[in-house]
Design a protein around this ligand. Structure first.
Ligand code: 5GP
Ligand code: ZN
Length: 111
């Protein structure tokens, strides 16, 4: 989608610090970092949210999220993967994204 910022990042048309990419998924640093590691993992193809994603897409994004956390050295310490769906969850960009957060003690439940 031409007017979607995450589609533009996936296409290298908008700047981002990309940590990992393959044919299906792209991972890049969140601009509003909330933890020492805060990466967004998205499908290359535009999908609005988890609610509209098929299993293959969710699998590709989930596997990329685990890889990013492992490659950043957080496999043992632990990390959180979360995706917001819709307004009450606070989804602000309508292109599916998994947040990968690590590097500090994370509170539960999220606010
Ligand atoms: P949401 O609130 O939808 O769960 O998460 C959207 C995230 O995208 C936010 O954490 C926000 O900081 C991040 N974000 C929004 N616009 C951009 C952008 O242009 N570049 C990057 N790297 N992150 C963005
Ligand atoms: Zn998009």
């Amino acid at each position: 989608m031409a007017d979607c910022i995450f589609c533009r990042i996936a296409a290298h048309e908008a700047p981002a610090t990309i940590r990992y990419e393959d044919g299906d998924a792209v991972a890049f640093d969140d601009l509003g970092r909330r933890a020492p590691l805060h990466v967004l993992v998205i499908p290359r193809r535009h999908v609005a949210s988890l609610a509209e994603a098929d299993a293959a897409t969710i699998g590709a994004v989930g596997a990329a999220a685990a890889r990013v956390a492992r490659d950043a050295g957080y496999a043992e310490r632990g990390y959180r993967v979360v995706t917001n769906v819709g307004p009450e969850a606070g989804q602000s960009v309508p292109h599916l994204h998994f947040h990968v957060l690590a590097g500090r003690q994370l509170g539960w439940p999220p606010g």
